[in-house]
Ligand binder design. Sequence first.
Ligand code: F6R
Length: 247
Amino acid sequence: PVSVFENEDIAAKKVALRISDIIKSKQRRGENAVLGLATGATPVGVYEELVRLHQEEGLSFKNVITFNLDEYFPMQPEAKQSYVRFMDENLFNHIDIRRDNIHIPDGTLEKEEITDYCLAYEQKISAVGGLDLQVLGIGRTGHIGFNEPGSAPNSGTRLVTLDDLTRRDASRDFGGKENVPTKAITMGIGTIFKAREIILMAWNKKKAPIIKKAVEGEISSSVPATYLQLAENVEFILDKEAASELT
Ligand code: F6R
């Protein structure tokens, strides 16, 4: 299903509320909530609202285990553009999550360690019972996570090459496209599909053309987000502008 909201703020609050409902219902049963998280501009308002729910309404993250979708490769965790730093600054530093419950792909590995590391990442997700919810943004290439055009529907966590457009879109953060890493470690499309619930968020006019393709276009590896049309448990949460080209 597709839900369209008046603006990003209202939509982000809606997503935060869904996350907090999952956390609380798991708490009542004495279970962990396992969340798949994204970085980038899109989820910032969601994290802001989660921090507010923690600080002002007592929402606890003590029973929350997180797995982030991706990280640039190579990337040092303390670098300004690292997703470790992003998650700390936007969410983790402001809530009561246990540090050892946080998982983000490691951008500092040696090349020969990556295959085993990626398999272990998948196994860790399974070992804690699988993802209750995966939140996603979408890139202008149609990527989810960093699953760029060409990604297979059954792909797992792996090292990938970033699309040129993705590197161009990241160039401001890195002070020039030439400084954007050419690779990343990302959960696969198959990893994302195993989540019990998937929410893809998109805001702004800039995302309208790719949202049209993702929601209404032919399912194809050239727009990886189109695979989500095959998922039963997916919701597209959009603002008016991102939805503006939908039929
Ligand atoms: C980030 C990620 C990417 C972004 C996408 C949109 O963890 O997996 O797929 O969600 O590139 O980025 P923004 O939100 O910055 O437009």
